[in-house]
Design a protein. Structure first.
Length: 414
């Protein structure tokens, strides 16, 4: 699998990054990837391994790139901090595609042990990173699927002690990490490490994509709508539709293994129903932790206006209004992400007719897009009162984007 080619982002977009280091089996095949925080394209080391870093890795992997783009059908090792292990922050994906790494910096107490036991019961595989005796992580050996051995800095006598103790747990597999020379590779063979990782095999690569981040206010509003005692689907949809970047991220989240749709998505409403309000709430929480800046007011207003106009004009061509809005939104946001509508649509779990509408203008939804573009370019359109539809769309989108403008500006300078 090749890395997405880095490219310059559009002015309204920012670049997001994920570090990816292969983990090999003993035959030399790539068995998994460890995903690492990277703050910039040329970063050599992670720079930070805190809750922010974990949140950004998860959000970027599942809602910016898509887990299939990052790892194909291979599992991903993801570092977790205490907040995730004890359940203070959610894991909005299922256990099928990930291995959860307990960082060596986590203090293992009763709350962490209980949290890891809960995650193991839910089907997640657990890896103990840079395992050493005496740090308290031996309490988790009975729950672990993998133990990662630091073959570079751990004395051989200590490695022998660790391996002997871990062999009492028949489910544990060893990952020999920090293999930087033939010496560490020989140690991996000596201790029968099933998986291998290190600079001598492959250095981490940084994957880069353009991103338009949801505003902090939109995410807070979404959490508010979801947190109400009588959570209203229409209110949730309104908040999502009000922020194009939030809508795109949640559409991408539909591709995560925990909620992968059994049928293609045709609208935001269907995506939210498929995700479920619980998963939507979890993604919103992680995006708040991730909390990054977003695009300009004018560009977002234009994008939302076009989507809303498509929705208004849908009835004139026999298209479903919600599907027309989704098509207008996706095709408008593509330019802000410095990509094409076809490329963006390919990353989302969309129905074939919706993809055709976005990429070729086919079908009723495609005709709605055509009507909107014709009107916006000054042409005559065969629709009932398009001027009124446009003015309504402009008023609505201006109100929506202005409501978050001050928050966007604050985020950009913080």
């Amino acid at each position: 699998m090749t890395s997405p080619a880095p490219h310059a982002a559009a002015p309204s977009a920012q670049l997001v990054h994920v570090g990816r280091q292969p983990i090999y089996d003993r035959a030399g095949g790539v068995a998994a990837y460890e995903l690492l925080f990277r703050g910039r394209l040329d970063a050599v080391e992670a720079g930070r391994r805190d809750t922010f870093a974990t949140s950004q890795v998860i959000t970027n992997t599942f809602t910016e790139f898509g887990v299939n783009e990052i790892a194909g059908d291979r599992p991903c090792f993801i570092n977790l901090t205490r907040e995730f292990l004890v359940g203070e922050l959610p894991l909005p994906f299922g256990p099928e595609r990930v291995v959860l790494e307990v960082l060596e910096t986590v203090t293992v107490d009763d709350a962490v042990e209980q949290g890891v036991a809960r995650l193991r019961h839910e089907g997640y595989r657990i890896a103990l990173d840079d395992f050493v005796f005496g740090a308290g992580h031996e309490r988790l050996l009975g729950l672990a699927t993998y133990v990662k051995l630091d073959l570079l800095d751990t004395p051989e006598a200590q490695l022998e002690e660790i391996v002997a103790a871990c062999r009492r747990y028949h489910s544990i597999r060893f990952v020999g990490e920090r293999i930087e020379s033939g010496r560490e590779r020989a140690l991996a063979d000596r201790f029968e490490c099933e998986l291998l990782q290190g600079y001598a095999l492959s250095r981490p690569e940084v994957l880069t994509a353009a991103s338009l981040a949801p505003s902090r206010l939109s995410r807070l509003q979404l959490l508010g709508a979801l947190g109400a005692a009588d959570s209203n689907l229409d209110e949730v949809l309104r908040v999502i539709a009000d922020d194009p970047a939030l809508a795109i991220r949640l559409l991408r989240a539909c591709n995560s293994a925990a909620v992968a749709p059994s049928r293609p998505v045709t609208s935001l409403r269907q995506a939210v129903v498929l995700l479920g309000l619980t998963h939507v709430r979890q993604w919103a929480m992680l995006m708040i932790v991730d909390d990054v800046a977003t695009g300009t007011v004018d560009q977002l207003t234009d994008a939302v206006t076009r989507a809303r106009l498509c929705q208004h004009l849908a009835g004139d061509v026999g298209a479903a209004p919600e599907t027309a809005f989704t098509a207008g939104l996706i095709s408008s946001i593509a330019g802000l992400l410095d990509t094409t509508p076809a490329a963006l649509a390919a990353q989302l779990p969309l129905a074939a007719d919706l993809v055709d509408a976005i990429t070729t203008g086919d079908g009723p939804v495609g005709r709605a897009l055509g009507l909107a573009d014709a009107y916006l370019s000054g042409g005559a359109v065969a629709a009932a009162d398009p001027a009124r539809s446009y003015l309504d769309a402009l008023r609505w989108s201006t109100r929506v984007v202005d409501a978050t403008a001050s928050t966007r500006a604050a985020n950009a300078t913080s």
